[in-house]
Design a protein around this ligand. Structure first.
Ligand code: ADP
Ligand code: GN1
Ligand code: MG
Length: 368
């Protein structure tokens, strides 16, 4: 992306000063993120997060932005009750719009950059895991009374596991890149577990598990921490905030905090499920998510397993379809990612009883 282009886009927004620097930022797999610095005539500098919304993934970017506007207004109205919590803040265009659509049909938005915070792609410290779980639970808590109408589903069927499974079968059947033989073991891994894909959805359809407003992308790097207090002070990446199950958020957080290796680890022998981290996530989540009904508590262990399984299915499908969804940095990265997820799910299958005991202990500690 050339700097002239960024300058041109930035000039549409009501920024303070003139752009002096733009650097690619973060390690997200979907949008293009830049940290931009501007300077005023007196030398005062300001930082912003400029993002190109991936409109191949988010087919209706304006709906994404409408959801985010409503979410931020709701969170901001509650800010006084939650001291220390920082809320993202959108910078509008000079005409008062929340995003820009360029002549080439690309969508851009701008946030104030949240300074003096840290984010991590991988954590091993249980205190950080506890805090992240508390932060995402608090987010769900704060969003629980968002007035109607229902938020838009920015990606329909996002966590619909039976649909994810059907899409994998279709990709394996069509096999447009002739890659299915190479990942036959991974496809078999999924098929052996296909009786589990509809479990949570069935409980939801029977009315046993409620729909809530959820974040739906609770990767650890979407939580920002104060380096001094180690508290989780902000939750970012709000593109998928929409109706969902609280369990998806819990499961995704376990997926990214309890794995001893990176998401793209090439040697699955390095992938282990860290029970100490699981205990911290369960404790942090249950401590704050007071709204959970017993059926949700009962399914926490299942959801911790489901998310690596489902996201592994998504990486595998993307590989079969030719790496068209997730950003990749080397040819078989989606295979590495998929194998990592499936190894993590397998580790959890072998640790189910310990995980259940941990959840019971944490639930009892908070009177659940
Ligand atoms: P993606 O959708 O590509 O994952 P994110 O919105 O998550 O993009 O942004 C990428 C990373 O940049 C995040 O993981 C977070 O660490 C950091 N980040 C995003 N927005 C801000 C912000 N306003 N202030 C500080 N850091 C941010
Ligand atoms: C994507 O955007 P990012 O990197 O935070 C993806 C998530 C996956 C994750 C896997 C909109 O998240 O669903 O769990 O990659 N986001 C979208 O790392 O598909
Ligand atoms: Mg992100």
């Amino acid at each position: 992306m050339d700097t002239h282009k960024i300058e041109e886009i930035l000039n549409s927004f009501a920024v303070k000063g003139k752009p002096v620097e733009a650097k690619a930022y973060g390690s997200g797999h979907i949008n293009d993120t830049f940290r931009v610095t501007t300077a005023e005539a007196d030398g005062t500098r300001h930082h912003y997060t400029l993002q190109r919304i991936n409109h191949g993934v988010f087919r209706k970017p304006q709906q994404v932005m409408d959801n985010i506007e409503r979410t931020l207004a709701h969170l901001n109205a509650k800010a006084a009750q939650f001291p220390g919590v920082k809320t993202l803040s959108l910078v509008h265009t000079r005409e008062g719009r929340n995003c820009v659509r360029t002549f080439e049909g690309k969508w851009w938005r701008l946030y104030d950059f949240i300074d003096d915070v840290e984010s991590y792609d991988n954590v091993r410290d249980p205190d950080v895991a506890f805090e992240a779980a508390r932060g995402f639970a608090q987010f769900q808590n704060m969003m629980a009374d968002l007035p109607l109408p229902r938020l838009h589903e920015t990606i329909p069927y996002f966590h619909h596991t039976p649909m994810r499974y059907a899409t994998l079968e279709e990709a394996a059947y069509l096999d447009i890149r002739n890659r299915a033989d190479e990942v036959a073991e991974e496809i078999a891994f999924v098929r052996e577990r296909r009786h589990l894909v509809a479990h949570l959805l069935n409980r939801y359809l029977k009315g046993q598990i409620p729909e809530r407003i959820t974040h739906n992308d609770t990767k650890i790097n979407n939580a920002l921490f104060d380096p001094a207090s180690k508290r989780c002070v902000a939750v970012v990446d709000l593109d998928t905030v929409m109706p969902g199950l609280a369990l998806y958020d819990f499961g995704d957080l376990c997926r990214t905090t309890c794995n001893t290796a990176d998401e793209s680890e090439p040697d699955v022998e390095n992938v282990r499920f860290d029970l100490r981290m699981f205990e911290a996530v369960a404790a942090g989540y249950l401590d704050t998510a007071k709204f959970l009904v017993p059926a949700e508590v009962q399914e926490l262990v299942f959801s911790a397993w489901l998310l690596p399984f489902m996201i592994g299915i998504r990486f595998l499908t993307d590989y079969l379809q030719g790496d068209i969804y997730f950003k990749t940095h080397y040819p078989k990265q989606n295979v590495d990612r998929c194998r990592t997820q499936f190894r993590l799910a397998l580790c959890m299958e072998n640790a189910r009883e310990e995980m259940q005991a941990i959840v019971q202990r944490c639930a009892k500690a908070v009177g659940k």
